[in-house]
Design a protein around this ligand. Structure first.
Ligand code: 28F
Length: 647
C-alpha cells in the first residue's frame, strides 16, 4: 500500500506547483538568460533585484530606508520599512501573496499601473529568480502587527508561511545565499555594491540607503541625498572648477514620462552625461538622450543669438555646447522599451519630444534667470567652437603633411606584415630601448611596435587642438587608423588588439594611466569594442643553475624560490637561488621579452573594460585632472592597496 509520502510524490501536484517547478528549472538551467551571467556581474545582479523591489516600495511612497548587509559567509540581507509584502491568500492560487512573489516567475510584476518598476538586473526579472539561484532564501514580513516568516531552498518552499509573533512597524526583510552550484564567483565586492547603492540614493532623493559589511568589522556607509541628481552632478563634477555655481535643475511630469534633469558646466574639456530610465543606467542612451542633446544645442544657440553674444554667423555644434558639461537625466517611463547590445538604450520615440520640450522650456528659463551663468556657458561653448575650428585647421594641415586617418604612417612605427586587422596587434611600448627589444623579439607577421618616448600629454587637462598638436598622440592616432572624436570610425582600426606595455615602476604606471585617459576620453569606442589591453611583464626572474622561472607576482616568486629549494619567504640566496627584480622592460633581452610578455601562448594580458563610465570618469578626473587635493586624497585612501611600488 503506497505510504503517505509516496502518494504525495506520485503526482498530485497542483497546476500552480507544476508552473513553479517549471519556472525554477528554467532559471537554474539557463541563469544567464535571467541575470546576464553567473560571474561576478550576475552575483551582484541578485542584490540589485531585491534592492529594486525595496526601491519600488520607496518610489510608491511607503518606504524611507533600505539597508543591505553583506554577511561573513557572503550571504546578503536586504531590509526595508515599507508596507511588507502581502501575506493574505491569493484568491485563485490559494497561497500567500509573498509565496507567489517568491516562487512564481515574473509574479512580482508591477505593483500597480501608476508606479514604475525599477530594475538593476536585466530589467526586473523578479525576486523569484534570486530565490531559484539561492541555496536558501528567507523572508520576514512585518505587517498588520504580526511578524511572518517563510524559508525556501533553491526556490522551492521549505516551510509554510508562519506567524512568529507580534511586530512593531512594517517592512520586508529578505536574506539569501547564492548557490555555489550556479555561480563561479561567490564573493561580493563592497565597492561594486556601494557604487550602485550610492547611485540609487542620488536617483531617489531623500531615501536612506545603508550598506553594511560584516566581513569587515561591520564597516558601513549611509547614502542619502536630499538634493538628488543635483547633488549627483556636484559629486560627478568633483574638483573641476564650476563655470557657474548654481546647478541647473528641474523636474516635470508629462503624459509620456516624468523628467528630471540636473546640469552644470566646469572648466574641463570632457563631457559627462549620464542618463537613466526607471533608475536603470541607460549606457547606450536612446530617445531621452536624443531629445536632451537637441534641446541643449537649440536653446543655447537661441539664447546666444537673442542676447547678441554671437557675432554674425556664429553657431555652436552639439559637441561645443557639451564641452565641460556634467549632466544627469533621469526619466520614469511606464512601459519602457529597452534596445541595444546590453538592453540599455531607450526605444520609446514619444519620450524624445517630451524631453526636448521640457529641456527647451526649463533651460531657457534658467539662462534667462541666471544671465551670469548663461554668459559663462556661452563663453565656454564659444571657446570650444574656436578650438574645434583650430583643431580642424591643424588636422587639415596635418592631413597634407602626414594624414591622421591612414595614409603615411609615423616613422617610428614598426608595422606588421599581415594586413587583416583582426589578426594584428599594436604594442605601445614605453621608451626606445624597450621599443628596440620589442621590435626584435616580436612576431613581425602580426605584431606592430610603436615606441612612445617619455610621458605623453595629459589629455585630461588638454583641449582637442592641443591634443592633436602633440607628436606622440598624433603618431598613435595615425597608427591606430580610426581617427578620433566625431571622425572616429571603428572600421578604420588597423589592429584589433592595442596593448599598453610599460615598465612596472611608477613612471610606467603614470604612462599607462595617461594612455588609458587618452583612450577613455578620445576613443572610448575602442575600449567598448574590447580592443585595449594591458601587457603584463614579469616582475621577477628566479634562477638556479639551468632552471629559470618568471614570476608576475611576489607570491609566484616565493613559490618558485621554494620549489628551487629556497626558504619560504622568498629568501633563497643560501641555496644558490638567484632572484632578479625587473625594474624596466629594457632589462629583458628580445627573446625574454617575447617569451614572457608578447608570446600569445605564454603571455598574460588584461583586457580594459569600462564597468561604470561615471565612476571611471570621476576616477580619471581625480587622478589626472587639474586639482591636486582629490589626487592626494585618492592616493592616501588607496596607497595601502598598491603592490610592487618602487620609490
Ligand atoms: C527587501 C526587499 O521586496 N519590499 C517589498 C512590497 C510591498 C508590497 C508588494 C512588495 C502584490 C502582489 C505584487 C504591500 N502592500 N524589499 C521588498 N515591499 N510587494 S516587495 O506588493 C506586491 C504586489 O505582487 C505591497 C500593498 N501593496 C503592495
Amino acid at each position: 500500500m503506497a505510504t503517505k509520502k509516496q502518494e504525495q510524490d506520485s503526482s498530485d501536484y497542483t497546476a500552480g506547483q507544476i508552473q513553479v517547478l517549471k519556472g525554477l528549472e528554467a532559471v537554474r538551467k539557463r541563469p544567464g538568460m535571467y541575470i546576464g551571467s553567473t560571474s561576478a556581474r550576475g552575483l551582484h545582479h541578485l542584490v540589485y533585484e531585491v534592492v529594486d523591489n525595496a526601491i519600488d516600495e520607496a518610489m510608491a511612497g511607503y518606504c524611507t530606508e533600505v539597508t543591505t548587509t553583506i554577511h561573513k559567509d557572503d550571504s546578503i540581507t536586504v531590509e526595508d520599512n515599507g508596507r511588507g509584502i502581502p501575506v493574505d491568500l491569493h484568491p485563485t492560487e490559494k497561497i500567500p501573496g509573498v509565496e507567489l512573489a517568491m516562487t512564481v516567475l515574473h509574479a512580482g510584476g508591477k505593483f500597480d499601473k501608476n508606479t514604475y518598476k525599477v530594475s538593476g538586473g536585466l530589467h526586473g526579472v523578479g525576486v523569484s529568480v534570486v530565490n531559484a539561484l539561492s541555496v536558501y532564501l528567507e523572508v520576514e514580513i512585518k505587517r498588520q502587527g504580526s511578524l511572518y516568516h517563510q524559508r525556501y531552498e533553491r526556490g522551492v518552499k521549505a516551510t509554510d508561511l508562519k506567524t512568529l509573533g507580534k511586530a512593531k512597524g512594517t517592512g520586508t526583510k529578505v536574506t539569501f545565499k547564492p548557490d555555489a552550484e550556479i555561480f563561479t564567483e561567490l564573493v561580493y565586492s563592497y565597492e561594486v555594491l556601494s557604487n550602485r547603492l550610492r547611485e540609487l540614493a542620488f536617483l531617489n532623493k531623500g531615501l536612506d540607503i545603508v550598506l553594511v559589511d560584516e566581513r569587515n568589522g561591520g564597516h558601513h556607509e549611509k547614502y542619502r541625498y536630499d538634493g538628488g541628481i543635483a547633488e549627483y552632478v556636484t559629486f560627478l563634477r568633483g574638483a573641476r572648477p564650476a563655470v557657474h555655481e548654481k546647478v541647473c535643475y528641474f523636474e516635470c511630469s508629462k503624459p509620456e514620462a516624468e523628467i528630471e534633469l540636473a546640469l552644470q558646466y566646469d572648466e574641463g574639456y570632457s563631457e559627462n552625461t549620464h542618463t537613466f530610465v526607471n533608475n536603470i543606467n541607460t549606457h547606450e542612451g536612446g530617445m531621452h538622450l536624443t531629445g536632451l542633446k537637441a534641446a541643449l544645442t537649440r536653446t543655447i544657440n537661441d539664447y546666444a543669438r537673442r542676447t547678441g553674444i554671437f557675432k554674425k554667423d556664429d553657431s555652436l555644434s552639439g559637441d561645443d555646447v557639451r564641452e565641460g558639461l556634467t549632466c544627469v537625466l533621469s526619466v520614469r517611463v511606464r512601459e519602457p522599451q529597452f534596445e541595444g547590445q546590453t538592453k540599455t538604450k531607450l526605444g520609446n520615440s514619444e519620450v524624445r519630444g517630451a524631453v526636448e520640450a521640457a529641456v527647451n522650456e526649463h533651460l531657457a528659463m534658467f539662462l534667462d534667470e541666471n544671465p551670469k551663468a548663461a554668459r559663462g556657458i556661452i563663453e565656454k561653448s564659444l571657446q570650444a567652437a574656436r578650438a574645434r575650428e583650430a583643431a580642424r585647421k591643424a588636422r587639415d594641415l596635418a592631413r597634407k603633411k602626414s594624414s591622421l586617418e591612414g595614409g603615411i604612417l609615423p616613422g617610428k612605427l614598426a608595422d606588421c606584415s599581415i594586413t587583416d586587422p583582426a589578426m594584428c596587434e599594436l604594442y605601445l611600448v614605453e621608451g626606445d630601448s624597450a621599443g628596440g627589444s620589442a621590435k626584435q623579439g616580436r612576431d613581425r607577421g602580426y605584431q606592430a611596435i610603436l615606441p612612445l618616448r617619455g610621458k605623453i600629454l595629459n589629455v585630461e587637462r588638454a583641449r582637442i587642438d592641443k591634443i592633436l598638436s602633440n607628436e606622440e598622440i598624433r603618431a598613435m592616432i595615425t597608427a591606430i587608423g580610426t581617427g578620433i572624436k566625431e571622425e572616429f570610425d571603428l572600421k578604420g582600426a588597423r589592429y584589433h588588439k592595442i596593448l599598453i606595455m610599460t615598465d612596472a615602476d611608477v613612471d610606467g604606471a603614470h604612462i599607462r594611466t595617461l594612455l588609458l585617459t587618452f583612450f577613455f576620453r578620445q576613443m572610448p569606442e575602442l575600449i567598448e569594442a574590447g580592443y585595449i589591453y594591458i601587457a603584463q611583464p614579469p616582475l621577477f626572474r628566479v634562477q638556479k643553475g639551468k632552471q629559470e622561472q618568471y614570476a608576475y607576482t611576489e607570491q609566484e616568486r616565493d613559490e618558485y624560490v621554494k620549489r628551487m629549494g629556497g626558504g619560504a619567504d622568498g629568501e633563497g640566496e643560501a641555496k644558490g637561488v638567484r632572484i632578479q627584480r625587473y625594474k624596466g622592460l629594457g632589462e629583458m633581452n628580445p627573446d625574454q621579452l617575447w617569451k614572457t610578455t608578447m608570446d600569445p601562448d605564454t603571455r598574460t594580458i588584461l583586457r580594459v573594460m569600462i564597468e561604470d563610465a561615471a565612476i571611471a570618469s570621476n576616477l580619471f578626473d581625480r587622478l589626472m585632472g587639474d586639482e591636486v587635493e582629490p589626487r592626494r586624497e585618492f592616493i592616501e585612501k588607496n596607497a595601502k592597496y598598491v603592490k610592487n611600488l618602487d620609490v
